[in-house]
Design a protein around this ligand. Structure first.
Ligand code: NAD
Length: 289
């Protein structure tokens, strides 16, 4: 296939490199980042998109996605698919999909879980919104870049799944970190705490796969001075998206709201910016009530 890849940052670069390595012809465009191996540089997003069967975008937010969509949609060949893998608000995902369909294109919102390691290893999970036929046509690309792709429903359903998942992640990471800080004060050894919780009803991905305590559990950013990984400001972005969605859908999400408030304080007023989102543990350690 001829693929255009727009946005070759931490996630996009390894995803595009995997598509090129699998034998696809990949043209790339990024306003700042260099092209990874196997990806041909172009001068604009529209240049990359011209003649492509699939245009993949991996961009910072919904506003930038809308601006890029305005450039690429008129350049795309009718019948081609615009596949956005960024994490953006549901409204932007639906607006861009509507614009693409009106131009005779297929459209998918296909955000990912699995982080930079998943992007490099081709083990991402894709959660996809859009037409079932478009999903089937893009599925071979999801198979290269990931290990699982779930068709969640119509346009916006992929983003809905992503922000619900990450709201759970933010809440469980905070709960895990505050529990470790409490365990410390109660004199409980951290390794024992992990051994119990990781095999008891308090377990979660935050504890078992991404343990925020250094030297305990599998290797995680905690073992690397809390260098991201998944930065606290990206968690704040996703929690903000989930709260905006809750507001517009009139859903009651008090734990998500509190998690957003704690991450906002961590990033804006404390030392969270540029640190992994699991650095909530040293934050709780340093604080009293
Ligand atoms: P990043 O900032 O490393 O990459 C974004 C890239 O987009 C940058 O290289 C930037 O130069 C480029 N860009 C910005 N505006 C552009 C434009 N107008 N045209 C072309 N390129 C443009 O971010 P990332 O970590 O790769 O994340 C990308 C998306 O994936 C985000 O939506 C993020 O929320 C999501 N995500 C990230 C992770 C993670 O662990 N990093 C995990 C899951 C999802």
């Amino acid at each position: 296939m001829k693929i255009a890849f727009i946005g070759l940052g931490n996630m996009g670069a390894p995803m595009a490199a995997n598509l090129a390595r699998a034998g696809h012809q990949v043209a790339g465009f990024d306003t700042a980042a260099p092209m990874p191996e196997g990806v041909t540089a172009t001068d604009s997003a529209a240049d990359a998109a011209r003649g492509a069967d699939v245009v993949v975008t991996m961009l910072p937010n919904g506003q930038i996605l809308r601006a890029v969509a305005d450039q690429v949609i008129p350049a795309m060949t009718p019948g081609a698919i615009l596949c956005d893998c960024s994490t953006v608000d549901v409204d932007s995902a639906r607006a861009v999909a509507g614009q693409a369909r009106a131009a005779g294109l297929g459209a998918l919102d296909a955000p990912v879980s699995g982080g930079i390691g998943g992007a490099q290893g081709g083990t991402l999970t894709f959660m996809v919104g859009g037409d079932a036929g478009d999903f089937a046509r893009a599925a071979p690309l999801f198979d290269i870049m990931g290990q699982k792709a779930v068709h969640c429903g119509d346009s916006g359903a992929g983003q809905a799944a992503k922000i619900c998942n990450n709201m759970i992640l933010g809440v469980t990471m905070i709960a895990t970190c505050e529990a470790f800080a409490l365990a410390d004060k109660l004199g409980l050894d951290r390794q024992k705490m992990f051994d119990v919780v990781s095999t008891s009803s308090g377990y979660s991905w935050s504890m078992n796969a991404y343990c925020p305590a250094p030297g305990v559990g599998p290797v995680s950013p905690a073992d690397n001075g809390y260098k991201p990984g998944f930065a606290a400001e990206l968690m704040l972005k996703d929690l903000t998206l989930s709260q905006q969605a809750a507001e517009s859908a009139d859903a009651d999400t008090p734990m998500g709201a509190l998690a957003r408030e704690l991450y906002a304080r961590f990033v804006d007023d404390e030392d969270g910016r540029g640190r992994d989102f699991s650095a909530m543990l040293p934050r709780f350690e340093a604080r009293r009530r």
